[in-house]
Design a protein around this ligand. Structure first.
Ligand code: ADP
Ligand code: ADP
Length: 228
């Protein structure tokens, strides 16, 4: 579960990106985070995996109080959270396989287990036959599938995606959604910031709308709700 209580975030330049956020996201939910550019969506989700720290308030993720989390515990905490970015953030000199395996190598997982898990997630995202390709040899959609595979190879309980379809064409975006839906159907919480009105209105889930660092709408099976 993810819980925020009275969360405020003021950046050093004085911008208030979170202005009293209160939210509870249960294990297994799928949540869209929508709102205009600069509304505070990225800040909201970055605080969930401790990429940003609130100025005030309490965040608990999977039972861990993030304000009490020591810096040296952050890598352990992050193993329970998969993160997917709009621009994929793959390591350019590593193959698809190696990009995914890396997350398990750093925690010194057994080689046999690494191989099995990487092949399992490559299969889940439909890229078993491209395991040896470098990111530059893959399409944008394929790179995003590698990045999703990397995010789930640790079997996290939560996947956080910041505009995962932002750089992809509509057809490819639907393929990425199918994978996120599959991951969610296996019990993983998915929190996804998005500007994709078609997807939000077609694949119904909880919608949290943020404006000016505040939650202005929180609806079960909500609509996108903005004109563009
Ligand atoms: P969104 O994801 O909805 O576009 P962000 O969370 O990225 O919104 O940004 C919210 C506000 O905080 C914006 O005004 C943005 O310019 C500001 N902001 C975001 N990151 C930083 C930062 N690292 N330093 C200063 N201001 C920031
Ligand atoms: P820093 O916060 O100094 O940039 P980190 O090692 O925390 O360094 O993160 C490096 C990059 O990896 C950042 O862009 C961060 O957002 C991203 N990241 C952090 N945790 C995860 C995760 N669990 N899965 C995927 N990417 C992550």
């Amino acid at each position: 579960m993810i819980e925020m209580q009275e969360i405020y975030k003021k950046y050093p330049n004085g911008v208030m990106a979170a202005n009293g956020l209160n939210v509870r996201i249960k294990q297994g939910e799928f949540v869209y985070v929508v709102g205009p550019s600069g509304a505070g969506k990225s800040t909201f989700i970055k605080m969930m995996y401790r990429e940003e720290r609130p100025t005030n308030g309490t965040i608990t993720v999977n039972g861990v109080n993030l304000s009490k989390l020591k810096n040296k515990r952050i890598p352990y905490f992050r193993r329970q959270i998969g993160v997917v970015f709009q621009d994929f953030k793959l390591l350019p000199t590593l193959t698809a396989y190696e990009n995914i395996a890396y997350a398990l190598e750093v925690i010194e997982e057994e080689p046999k287990i690494i191989k099995k898990r990487v092949m399992d997630v490559l299969e889940l995202v439909g890229l078993k036959n491209k395991a040896r390709m470098l990111p530059t040899e893959l399409s944008g959609g394929e790179q995003q599938r590698v990045s999703i595979a990397r995010s789930i190879v640790n079997l996290p309980r939560v996947v956080i995606a910041d505009e995962p379809t932002g750089n992809l064409d509509p057809e490819t975006s639907w393929e990425i959604m199918k994978i996120l839906e599959e991951i969610n159907s296996r019990g993983t919480t998915v929190v996804m910031a998005t500007h994709n009105r078609e997807i939000v209105n077609a694949i119904k889930h909880r919608v949290i709308a943020i404006e000016g660092g505040k939650i202005v709408r929180d609806e079960h099976q909500g609509d996108y709700g903005y004109e563009n």
